[in-house]
Ligand binder design. Structure first.
Ligand code: FDA
Length: 460
């Protein structure tokens, strides 16, 4: 049986970006429908209960500069709480030595501290000059986009530990690709999108707060407001456009929506899962092949108590070389149990997925115990977020261009094609790769469509 509906705008994807766009358009008096492939809303935000523990399987942290997300949290009546951060941090050296330290600088040789601070200042300076909105427009864009981040760092210093530690924040920590796989310009964009590189490497800034009850609620509350205009289990397979001013969007189960505009609110690596009739232009076909998601395993380990706190530790740990590159106390709001979260990125994640599940678990917990001691080996709940296996995502956290792609294609990634608009955190400037960027893109896309439609069809 087929269901054919008509709306002003149809949105493909019920993640935070698509739902924000739909919500804004509704507020402006437009009719909308949202087609979502999964049986839930939220996309890469997903708060679930695993073996009795509430876990943030996807996006969770909020930083002070993420004002678009904060406005949305306020509008939806959601509260935040502080990440636990009292006590000392742990650094694990390339030789595997565990060092407990306080303060901002890693406990490394004086020369390495100086080199790290010099690199941080250089990236801060470039981020301030280049900005997040149009990095491709800067006079140095081509130069910085045609050298890998790793090679660029190697040209600036011969201190390998400093390079590994700086690369950790952007390669393993954010883009989740090896530092040889993306450009220095892409790294500068990542830094600029958080206000500065200093912000990005400051865990007390970038990982400041979490949403009480979970980040997925942003999408769930938006979807509640949209009511039966959100269609789940509706993967979109075809977009017909170009006959007149409108579009026809066809999903599984005979669901079809005729609209004036469509918003493709999915990450760029999934655009080609949809057939466009007529096909998208050559430029988009090419560009979308140069944008890919990274890979990271987000590891959750829940303990009867946050045992590290009793030892004066914050639960924060870093290493530019170990398997688990960073760990944090991720205990839920007012939860007596203690939760740790750790991250295993790119090549290291590949190697882990070669192992049987029990061996992978043991290897990862061994690495976490390298920071916090043997008590870390016995969690009561253990879970690995595996977004690479999710058909409707295929990686984590988000998309970035390959070497040279940002200055070659970036200026066209947000440009609509006829009635087809693009909206997701992966193509945001400010808030790039974050829920904040998803919300910003949703608002921006909704405003552009509303303005465009207002010229020939006033809102009802
Ligand atoms: P998103 O991917 O969320 O939504 C797209 C939706 O489109 C999905 O629901 C998908 O199912 C749907 N879809 C795809 N193809 C479709 C089709 N053909 N038809 C219909 N529907 C389709 N951010 C942050 O701010 N703080 C953080 O701490 C983290 N941490 C983090 C950890 C992990 C493990 C991940 C995976 C991600 C994060 N993030 C994050 C990133 C954050 O989650 C991400 O930026 C936003 O969820 C992106 O929202 P979008 O709406 O742009 O895409």
């Amino acid at each position: 049986m087929s269901t054919i509906i008509e709306r002003d705008v149809v949105v493909i994807g019920a993640g935070p970006s698509g739902l924000t766009a739909a919500h804004e358009l509704t507020k402006a008096g437009r009719t909308v429908a949202v087609f979502e492939a999964r049986d839930r809303v939220g996309g890469r935000t997903w708060t679930d209960t695993i073996d009795g523990a509430m876990l943030e399987i996807g996006g969770q942290w909020v930083s002070p500069d993420q004002t678009a997300l904060y406005e949305m949290l306020d509008e939806l009546g959601l509260q935040t709480f502080d990440r636990y951060r009292e006590g000392s941090s742990v650094y694990v050296t390339p030789a595997g030595e565990r060092i407990v330290y306080d303060g901002d600088d890693f406990p490394v040789a004086e020369r390495t501290v100086a080199e790290m601070n010099r690199l941080i200042a250089t990236i801060d300076d470039l981020a301030a000059q280049i900005g997040a909105e149009e990095p491709w427009a800067h006079p140095r864009a081509a130069e910085l986009d045609t050298v890998s981040f790793r090679r660029w760092l190697e040209d600036l210093t011969d201190d390998t530990e400093a390079i590994d530690n700086i690369a950790l924040f952007i390669a393993g920590g954010m883009l989740t690709k090896p530092a040889h796989a993306f450009s220095a310009l892409q790294a500068v964009l990542m830094a600029a999108s958080a206000g500065s590189f200093s912000n990005l490497i400051d865990e007390d800034f970038i990982l400041d707060k979490r949403v009480i009850g979970g980040m997925q609620q942003v999408s769930q509350r938006l979807a509640e407001r949209l009511g039966d205009n959100v269609f789940l289990n509706a993967p979109v397979r075809t977009v017909r456009w170009g006959e007149d001013d409108g579009v026809t969007v066809i999903a599984d189960g005979g669901l079809e929506c005729r609209a004036q505009r469509v918003i493709l609110a999915v990450p760029p690596n999934l655009y080609s899962r949809v057939s466009f009739d007529p096909p998208l232009p050559r430029r988009q076909h090419q560009m979308h092949q140069h944008q890919s998601l990274g890979l990271v395993i987000k590891v959750h380990a829940v303990y009867e108590t946050p045992f590290w706190r009793a030892e004066g530790l914050s639960g924060t740990g870093f290493s530019g070389t170990q398997l688990v590159q960073e760990i944090y106390d991720n205990t839920n709001h007012e939860d007596p149990r203690g939760t740790l979260v750790g991250f295993v990125s790119d090549h290291k994640a590949d190697a882990m997925f070669e192992l049987p599940a029990d061996e992978r678990r043991k290897t990862i917990l061994d690495s976490i115990a390298g920071y916090l001691g043997p008590q870390a080996l016995e969690p009561v709940v253990y879970y690995e977020s595996d977004w690479g296996s999710e058909e409707w995502t295929r990686g984590a956290y988000a998309a970035s261009f390959d070497l040279g792609g940002l200055h070659r294609y970036g200026m066209d990634q947000r440009r609509p094609v006829g009635p087809i608009h693009f909206s997701c955190s992966d193509i945001a400037g400010e808030g790039y790769q974050h829920v904040d960027g998803a919300v910003r893109m949703g608002k921006r896309t909704a405003a552009a469509i509303h303005e465009d439609l207002a010229l020939n069809s006033p809102a009802r």
